[in-house]
Design a binder for this molecule. Sequence first.
Ligand SMILES: [Cu+2]
Length: 509
Amino acid sequence: MSDKIYRWLISGFAVVLAVGLGLFIGKGSFGQNKEQKERDRAQLALVPKAHLPSEEARWTFAPDVPAPIGRREQRREVVHWTIREAQSEIAPGVIYDDSWGFEGRVPGPLLRVRVGDLVEVHLRNVLNSMRTHNIDFHFVMGPGGGASALSVAPGEEAVLEARATAPGFYMFHCATPDIPMHIANGMYGFVLVEPEEGLPAVGRELYVVQSEIYTNDDKPGHKNFDMMRADKADPQYVVFNGSVGALLKDQAPIATQNETVRLFVGNAGPNLISSFHVIGQIFDKVYREGDLLSPPARSLQTTLIPAGGSAVVEFTPPVAGTFLLVDHAIFRLHHGAVGSLNVHGQENAEIFEPKTPRNMAPMSEDAHLGHGGQGAMPMPPATASAKSANFTPSAPTSDPRTLFAQAGPSAAPQLAGGATIKMLPGSGIWKKGPMQTFGPTTVSIKAGQTVTFANTDVGMAHSVFGEKGEFASPMLTPGGTFTKQFDQKGVVHFQCAPHPWMKGTIIVK
Ligand SMILES: [Cu+2]
């Protein structure tokens, strides 16, 4: 018998064996699935629409999660959402002008309902939108997930009633052509459909969405969607909850030692699969791909989350500290894919005890991010933006520590007298007509006196520089101040680097 025929026979036998084994296993699991299906179907006896009590649905913005449902009967859950085409600060000083969001936010809301509920969605598109939008709900069984039913031109409103027929953690997104562009620009959110019996109670629940943002560079100023880079899946930013640093520093959520943390993690894509990982934790449970019916996976380090999908992960931190959320396709750290969770509590030497002094500093964001060290700065966008000569002509620093620090009082001597100018709340969001920017926009001081700029805005960083390069502040996070002494008589026109409509004048007499 030739060698060839012999091999052919062996491989043929292997195929027969594999098919047979497959049928055997398949039959076994099919039997199980059938039982499960029957159970599921029996559980989902729908109460007719007309008999459902109605209530306003519960939904939140990231990182918050609506409270568990609690009730055990079906309801009509009413949702009113408005679509706005707005701007958002996606990295310090980088303003994305194509930020289209449900309720004007990226990521969009997290809606929480119970299986069997009827969701009544009222979707409105504001009159000053440039485009038609809609929603494809992944939890909805029906054409387009409701997309054409909810298609709204600027100024229109549409209503859809759709039943939540299966538990899970589901994405929704705009599905108006060009669909990829609408998703890339922020048109997504999530719906948690609780199982009938709800989910086990935990200490803390958080909503985290990974997504990519496609711009042509990371310099400060205004950015638009870059289709060429999106087509190549070459994002400028990969972020959690809509912007670089949305879950860092002051915005890092807090949890408690020994209490279970449950993360509802969505991946809006539009291109990348996430290898979601929390540094220094093991997931007790992972409800893979948002499947809340099957038993969860146990003791996982990293879980895959498809684009347009989700996972629900749980862990119980036995040791206090700061723990980083990352996509373990780890170069995405360079693009902003990092968040953190501060676990309050105590040391626990039985679980974790550094023995060498130089290693005893807690693993903080800074340590991991390389702030203050020589390590790679994982947010080159910010570093690069500080260096950009176009927007900050005489920027005093390109040190990322300054960019992310709460800027304290300046070293300039505080002479008697002077003026304070506030960066007013909302001044980073451009709108037509009169708007707040600096307050006041014009001040008059004497030579030798100082002007203090105070960022009183909420959640948005600002800077200020003289239009002829007379001075420049670092980026000031909310609460930050910058003081400058003016010795030369004359007029100084100033503006904010990321928000060029914020302008003002200092008259030095
Ligand atoms: Cu849209």
